[in-house]
Write a protein that binds this ligand. Structure first.
Ligand code: CMP
Length: 140
């Protein structure tokens, strides 16, 4: 299997509840390596740009408001098959449908406040990583 990198965001509901370490422990326990990480407060413009693909969805405005409501932790995770593996560890978008042992089953509050974001393809991972990090900030 190929070594990949994916973009992960620990979202405002999780930073507010001070559970970023618990979430990182699940990622690391599953074999993913955190090779870049930064806590930041997204601007409205950044959140709108990052989630541009969802701009026609009914929940877009609420999603942007939520993503700027508290700090987030952006991170690059590296490992074998990292994009799909990370999505497996996160669980389904809606925590009501997430499998036992996943981040969202354990920590997410609802479909919006779902604690984590992960890239959905290798191609999008590259774009999303460069949204937050320069090459020099990623240390594998
Ligand atoms: P994420 O994986 O970051 O991708 C888009 C985000 O939009 C998603 O996680 C949720 O935070 C949010 N989202 C997805 N579906 C809904 C929905 N039906 N209602 C509200 N928010 C949603």
């Amino acid at each position: 299997m190929a070594i990949e990198r994916t973009l992960s965001i620990i979202k405002p509901d999780a930073t507010e509840r001070n559970i970023t370490g618990k979430i990182n422990a699940l990622f690391e326990g599953a074999g993913l390596r955190i090779v870049a990480q930064r806590r930041l407060r997204l601007s409205r413009e950044q959140a709108e740009t990052f989630y541009e693909v969802h701009k026609e969805r009914s929940f877009f405005g609420e999603l942007v408001d939520y993503m700027i409501s508290a700090p987030v932790v952006a991170q690059v995770l590296q490992g074998e098959n990292a994009v799909a593996h990370h999505r497996e560890i996160m669980g389904a978008t809606n925590p009501a449908q997430a499998a036992e042992g996943t981040v969202r089953k354990e920590f997410a509050l609802n479909v919006q406040e779902n604690s984590v974001h992960g890239s959905d393809s290798v191609e999008n991972a590259a774009k999303e990583i460069s949204f937050f990090f320069s090459d020099a900030e990623i240390v594998g």
